[in-house]
Design a protein around this ligand. Structure first.
Ligand code: ATP
Ligand code: MG
Length: 364
C-alpha cells in the first residue's frame, strides 16, 4: 500500500499543509527542529490512531490552536482508501472512507506502517519496556483483539495496584482483578509467544544476510510467568498471582505478569543486551525491524509504508545498503538532515522535499 497525499491542519508546527507523495521514494530534508519527524508522525498516527512519540494526543495540537486534523489518501490493493483523524481536547473523531469510527481499535487493519528511528536502534540495548513496546505495537497492527486485551489487562493492573496501595487491601477485590489479569494475560502471552516464534525465524535469516553469515541472531520470548507451569496459561497466571500476593502487598504493586515480559536476544549464545558490541546490537535491531516488515507482509498481504526517521545517518554504509535493498515494494518516506552524495544516488528517482519551519518546499 502507499500514501498518495496527506493534509495537515494545526498538526504540531504545521498550520495548513498538503503534500503529495511519490509511490516509491520520498526524501525529506531540513535543518533540526523544522518538522521532519512531525510529518512522519502524521502519517504514522493514521495507522494506529496513536503516536509513536507520545501517549498524549493533545501534544500534537499546534501551540495556540484547539484542534488538529490529519487526512491521508492511500491506495491499498489499487483501491483508494481515506483515513482522517480530528482531535480536539473535547473529542477525537476517526473516519475511514468517510465513515465515522467509534474507537481507536476500529481504525486498525486499514493502514500499515513501520517506523524506524534511532530510538529503535537501541531496542536491543535498552530496558525490557522498549522490547515490550515493540511487541505490542506490532501486535496491535496485526491483531486488533490484542489491543482490546492489552487495554483490559492494563486497566485491571492499575486497579489492582491501587488496591495494593491501600492500608488494608481487600482480598475479594484482588481476586476479581486476578481473574481479569489471568484471562486477558493468557491471550497476551499466547500472541506474544506466537509472534516471537516468527520473529525468531525471520530475524535469524535477515541477521545472517546483513552480517554475511557471521551473526546467528536468536530472538526468544522471555515471559515473566512460564506459560507451561500449569494446565493452561490462564491457570499459570492465576497461580503465580496467588503465590505472589503476600509479596505484592508488601511491595504494594503487582510483581508478576506479562507486564514484566522481555525478549532474549542473542548471537552465538551471547546475550546482546549485556555483552553485545554496539554494532552487533544495531545489526540485531535492524534485523528485528526488517523482520517486522516481512511478518506484516506475510500476515496481511500488504507492503507496509516504511517511515525511516533520521536512521540512515546512524548506520554504516554496508547496513545502509542492506536496508535500502530490502524494501522491494514498500513505499519509503525518509527524513534526514542531509543526504550524502552516495546515498542520494542509491535513492535516485522519487520526490524530494525541504521542510522549513512547518512549511514544505517541494524541491524536485
Ligand atoms: N504542538 C506543537 N505545536 C507547535 N510546534 C510544535 C509542537 N510540537 C512540536 N513543535 C515544534 O516542532 C519542531 C520539531 O519538529 P520535528 O521534531 O519534526 O523536527 P525535525 O525536523 O525532525 O528535527 P530533527 O532534525 O532535530 O529531528 C520544534 O520546533 C517544536 O517546537
Ligand atoms: Mg526529527
Amino acid at each position: 500500500m502507499y500514501i498518495e497525499k496527506i493534509s495537515l491542519k494545526n498538526f504540531r508546527n504545521y498550520k495548513e499543509e498538503c503534500i503529495s507523495f511519490d509511490r516509491n521514494v520520498n526524501i525529506i530534508t531540513g535543518k533540526n527542529g523544522q518538522g521532519k519527524t512531525n510529518l512522519i508522525e502524521a502519517v504514522q498516527i493514521l495507522s494506529l490512531g496513536k503516536s509513536f512519540r507520545t501517549l498524549i494526543d493533545a501534544e500534537m495540537i499546534r501551540f495556540g490552536a484547539d484542534f488538529f486534523h490529519v487526512k491521508g489518501a492511500f491506495f491499498k490493493q489499487e483501491e483508494p482508501l481515506s483515513v482522517e483523524i480530528q482531535y480536539s481536547k473535547k473529542e477525537k473523531r476517526i473516519k475511514v472512507d468517510g465513515a465515522e469510527k467509534r474507537k481507536n481499535a476500529d481504525l486498525l487493519e486499514n493502514v500499515y506502517t513501520v517506523v524506524f528511528s534511532p530510538e529503535d536502534l537501541k531496542i536491543v540495548a535498552e530496558d525490557p519496556e522498549k522490547r515490550r513496546k515493540f511487541l505490542d505495537r506490532e501486535l496491535f497492527q496485526l491483531k486488533p483483539l490484542y489491543y482490546t486485551q492489552l487495554n483490559l489487562y492494563k486497566k485491571a493492573l492499575v486497579n489492582r495496584n491501587s488496591v495494593l496501595k491501600e492500608e488494608r487491601p481487600d482480598d475479594g477485590l484482588l481476586d476479581v482483578y486476578d481473574k481479569v489479569l489471568s484471562e486477558s494475560g493468557a491471550k497476551i502471552i499466547l500472541e506474544r509467544a506466537q509472534f516471537t516464534e516468527k520473529l525468531h525465524e525471520i530475524s535469524a535469516e535477515i541477521g545472517a544476510r546483513i552480517s554475511g553469515g557471521k551473526e546467528d541472531i536468536s530472538v526468544l520470548y522471555d515471559p515473566d510467568i512460564d506459560p507451561e507451569a500449569s494446565e493452561s496459561i490462564e491457570a499459570a497466571i492465576r497461580e503465580k498471582l496467588q503465590k505472589s500476593r503476600a509479596r505484592d502487598k508488601e511491595r504494594r504493586t503487582t510483581t508478576a505478569g506479562p507486564h514484566l515480559d522481555d525478549l532474549k536476544i542473542t548471537t552465538s549464545g551471547i546475550d546482546l543486551r549485556r555483552y553485545g558490541s554496539r554494532g552487533q546490537q544495531r545489526t540485531a535491531a535492524l534485523a528485528l525491524k526488517l523482520a517486522e516488515l516481512r511478518i506484516l507482509k506475510e500476515e496481511t498481504g500488504e507492503d507496509a509504508i516504511l517511515l525511516l526517521d533520521d536512521v540512515l545517518s546512524e548506520l554504516d554504509e554496508e547496513r545502509q545498503k542492506f536496508l535500502i535493498r530490502s524494501f522491494e515494494n514498500s513505499q519509503l518516506i525518509i527524513t534526514a538532515a542531509g543526504v550524502s552524495g552516495r546515498m542520494g544516488k542509491k535513492l535516485s528517482g522519487g520526490s524530494r522535499y525541504l521542510v522549513d519551519s512547518g512549511k514544505i518546499v517541494r524541491n524536485e
